[in-house]
Design a protein around this ligand. Structure first.
Ligand code: SF4
Length: 227
């Protein structure tokens, strides 16, 4: 890991000249209200787990026809991947009577890990994570383009551990790669989003994991279990 580059990144991360993506999302909703008079636009949303999805799904379903995309082969081990998917299904059942479609992709942590392994020693929130955001968002965005969605976004901006500036930058780059689908900029944690997330998690008694997902984040959280 390049420590100087990481320090420079942290200095920028805590700077004050960042884009407020909550405000950007509100501007986009205004454009949507003017453009889509007769129907809700279709949005494909990348979801990493049920707790992180709870508030974004409630918020977005007011404005969009929502489909969920669960492609998270970063999660290790497979039992944990399945548990998070089951929790997401439980949320969709409890929050909207199973009325929202969940699309899944085959679980393949072995291949996924070949991308992350060169960054095994990175601290969480650095280049390994940027790559991990991009891989999953790119795959989901491609699906949205192939299936004629109007918008794409990800729930990951709800997390305080994830860099919303970076996530939205990746979204912007992918909107150039897949120009038929607009990117919905977001910062779901803002304006009480985190508080509402916690309320919904309690209300629906959702399982909450204690690590982000990959094997590296697991052992960073549980160093005593490292072989
Ligand atoms: S810590 Fe989370 S975002 Fe970062 S590489 Fe691991 S699973 Fe992906």
């Amino acid at each position: 890991m390049n420590e100087e580059a990481y320090k420079a990144y942290l200095a920028g991360f805590h700077a004050s000249n960042k884009t407020n993506y909550w405000i950007e999302s509100q501007k986009e909703l205004e454009r949507i209200r003017n453009k889509y008079k007769d129907r809700k636009p279709r949005i494909l949303i990348h979801v990493c787990c049920g707790p992180c999805a709870a508030w974004p799904l409630e918020f977005l379903s007011e404005h969009f026809d929502v489909t969920i995309f669960y492609n998270n082969s970063n999660i290790w081990p497979e039992a944990e991947y399945s548990k998070r998917l089951d929790t997401l299904r439980e949320l969709v059942d409890k929050a909207c009577g199973n009325q929202m479609e969940i699309i899944t992709t085959p679980y393949d942590n072995e291949t996924y890990n070949t991308y992350l392994a060169p960054h095994a020693d990175d601290p969480e929130g650095w280049e390994r994570c940027f790559l991990c955001y991009r891989i999953r968002m790119d795959e989901a965005y491609a699906y949205a383009a192939e299936h004629g969605y109007d918008y794409f976004t990800t729930v990951m901006t709800i997390s305080r551990q994830k860099n919303s500036q970076k996530l939205n930058e990746i979204g912007r780059e992918l909107s150039v790669k897949y120009p038929s689908v607009s990117y919905f900029y977001s910062d779901f944690k803002k304006k009480g989003g985190q508080v509402r997330r916690d309320e919904l998690v309690c209300q629906y008694c959702l399982y909450c994991q204690d690590y982000c997902g990959c094997i590296y984040s697991y052992y960073q959280r549980h160093p005593e279990q490292k072989p």
